[in-house]
Design a protein around this ligand. Sequence first.
Ligand code: HEM
Length: 172
Amino acid sequence: MRGNRSFDCSSKSVTSQARHSSSNFCLPEDSPVSLNPTTLPTGGGPDGTAPVLIRKGEAVGYCVYIMHRRKDLYGPDAEEFRPERWENGALKNIGYGYLPFNGGPRVCLGQEFALLEAAYTVVRLLQMYESIEMVEGKEFDMPVGLERQLLTLVVSSADGCWVKMKKYSSSS
Ligand code: HEM
């Protein structure tokens, strides 16, 4: 997917052409091109805390996949799939540390719709199926990041996710 985009970077305008290839529920990387000289607030200098100069026409690539696994933002177990980490507003100030739909002026226009669809699908599955289990012999015992992943526009498990689902009987 290519096109002219704008991306709001710390209130200065790093703008224009973005390319995204693929993260699991989000696009794993993005690279807006700057229309004007600007700076990123941190990331430069020997310890990474100084601003970084971005010249006109330079692309700024960032990897959402890695952003969402940052230990300084998500804790030492950042690699683990542990949705409970969001409970009780623990990550309510995460800001741009969590950006599956990107942010700024070109934020995904379908964000609310996509989240509604996902929530609807989960609820319908729970309503229709009495049980959802792993298929015997198809379990994975692989640390996160070492499993085979399929990278397209999004990231998914290359080996699929094998489950056995039992529908509620019509009488119940
Ligand atoms: C889980 C599902 C989705 C994800 C993770 C997602 C993610 C994204 C991301 C990251 C961008 C910004 C791309 C960029 O410029 O760098 C984007 C843009 C966009 N998305 Fe989505 N999206 C999803 C679903 C949808 C749906 C369902 C729709 C429409 C019904 C939609 C419509 C759009 C549009 C129109 C833009 C372009 C906005 C603009 O450039 O002004 N997206 N999406």
